[in-house]
Design a protein around this ligand. Structure first.
Ligand code: NDP
Length: 446
């Protein structure tokens, strides 16, 4: 167990987020339902007295038992796929790392094992969705869209239950007490999490399940449901909707194909599990990462061929930069630098650091390939892809552009947070690295 003091700035940011984030999600979904996705119109109406907070609230669909049933079936199904169906896809998909995999070493020195079966869960879920749409017709493919705001209440219930459970569990029965992080502030503990890797039993890992399953498997289904709604309402699906579906499906499939790599990212390696991850995965991700498709249901934009081609190009180049950068670091770290990057042996800086128990370790920071161009080109690629999803919606409203604003804040903040951590970890070796690679996201600019 370790403790940390929280500064006033972090604490204020945490309390502000806890108080505003649920309303922000409601706002972005509600404006589509009531105002055709105009962000300014409700504000103008509120200002002029034409609408009140109460009238907006009363017009919003409320919780329904149908939505509760759909969501219960959905989450239970994902739990069953996660817990009861060991991965077999790695046996016949060359190059795919599934099945039981090791995570990174935790601050207390543990290496957890994970059952990597996300790709399989995604494939089974989508095969069933397809079979339903084509043959069985048990439910309409627009089911998600048709219950969208009632589902928002259900996801909020789960998000708060999971975060509160993780919080109480950390005090009463932590999975590994050595890896718990307490601060003197209860809000901060609740939001940023206490336990590092809370688990139930040997295999139900909260971080992997909530980060990767109910939200990210649903992401592509939510988009398909939006496309089905366009078809139902207008009799056609726009090229913008197809672009959003395709580009985001590439991102989701990439996530599952590389789920074992994901075990080594900041979410799993450094963040503790609290409201930020628990509520964020259940509510923020499925509702705000899919805003473009939602917007296109209300505003069916048909793009010119040039515009569509430009969006596709931006999305694919962004994806290439994102994936190649992540791949280069993964390859470099796995082979301890004994590999080839851009046809050459990678260059690097040798670093030393001490872990919590005081023992000395060594590591390497790559200074060639994409990691020699800037320190976080993986974030830059991610941002290019995010901008492409937004640009697919045309320029009629700012609503779909919320995503790029949010991703920029998220990744810039993450970059600063990560660099602060690396600087404390590696000390003067980190300084040598930042001297060798001076820019963070955009060479010559930032
Ligand atoms: P990174 O994969 O960039 O990992 C950062 C860590 O890599 C550092 O803490 C350090 O860890 C190590 N490192 C830093 N520089 C080097 C170097 N030059 N050579 C070798 N190792 C280095 O960060 P994330 O985990 O945040 O992101 C992974 C991906 O996930 C990104 O592409 C990001 O865009 C994406 N992402 C997407 C989100 C979304 O909501 N769509 C949210 C968050 C991330 P160490 O201590 O081991 O040295």
């Amino acid at each position: 167990m370790f403790t940390r003091e929280v500064d006033w700035f972090s604490l204020s940011a945490v309390i502000l987020l806890l108080c505003t984030a649920p309303f922000l999600v409601f706002f972005f979904v509600m404006v589509c339902d009531q105002y055709q996705c105009s962000v300014s119109q409700p504000l103008v109406e509120l200002y002029s007295g034409e609408a009140t907070l109460r009238s907006i609230w009363e017009k919003a669909p409320s919780f329904t038992w149908t939505a509760a049933q759909i969501y219960t079936v959905w989450v239970s199904f994902q739990v069953v796929l996660y817990m009861c169906v060991p991965d077999i896809t790695h046996k016949f998909l060359p190059g795919y790392a599934g099945g039981v995999q090791d995570g990174a070493r935790t601050p207390a020195g543990l290496i957890n094992k994970y059952e990597i079966n996300g790709l399989q869960s995604w494939l089974i879920t989508h095969a069933l969705w397809y079979a339903n749409a084509q043959y069985f017709h048990w439910f309409s493919p627009t089911i998600i869209f048709d219950n969208w705001i009632p589902l928002l209440w259900c996801t909020n219930i789960l998000g708060y239950v999971v975060s509160t459970f993780a919080f109480v569990k950390a005090y009463l029965f932590p999975t590994n007490a050595e890896d718990c992080k307490f601060t003197g502030n209860v809000f901060y503990n609740y939001m940023m999490g206490i336990e590092f890797n809370p688990r139930i039993g040997k295999w139900f890992d909260f971080k992997l399940f909530f980060n990767g399953r109910p939200g990210i498997v649903a992401w592509t289904l939510i988009n398909l449901s939006y496309a089905a709604k366009q078809q139902e309402l207008y009799g056609y699906v726009t090229n913008s909707m197809i672009l959003v579906n395709v580009l985001q499906a590439i991102y989701v499939l990439d996530f599952f194909w590389n789920e074992a790599w994901y075990l080594k990212t900041i979410d799993i390696c450094h963040d503790h599990f609290g409201w930020y991850l628990g509520w964020g995965d259940c509510v923020w991700l499925p509702f705000l990462y899919t805003l473009q498709g939602l917007y296109l249901v209300y505003n069916p934009v048909q793009l010119s061929t040039t515009h569509a081609a430009a969006v596709l190009l931006l999305g694919l180049v962004g994806y290439y930069v994102f994936r190649s950068t992540n791949h280069q670091k993964d390859l470099f770290r796995r082979t301890e630098g004994k590999c080839s990057v851009w046809g050459k042996k990678p260059t690097f800086i040798e670093c030393a650091y001490r872990s919590g128990d005081g023992s000395l370790h060594h590591s390497k920071l790559m200074t060639s390939g994409f990691w020699g161009v800037a320190r976080h080109l993986n974030y830059t690629g991610d941002l290019m892809g995010s901008l492409a999803y937004c640009a697919a919606c045309g320029f009629g409203h700012i609503h779909p552009y919320f995503y790029i604003v949010y991703m920029t804040i998220l990744l810039v903040h993450r970059c600063v947070r990560d660099e602060h951590r690396c600087s404390s970890k590696y000390g003067k070796d980190w300084k040598r690295y930042t001297d060798a690679v001076p820019y963070r996201l955009l060479p010559g600019i930032f």
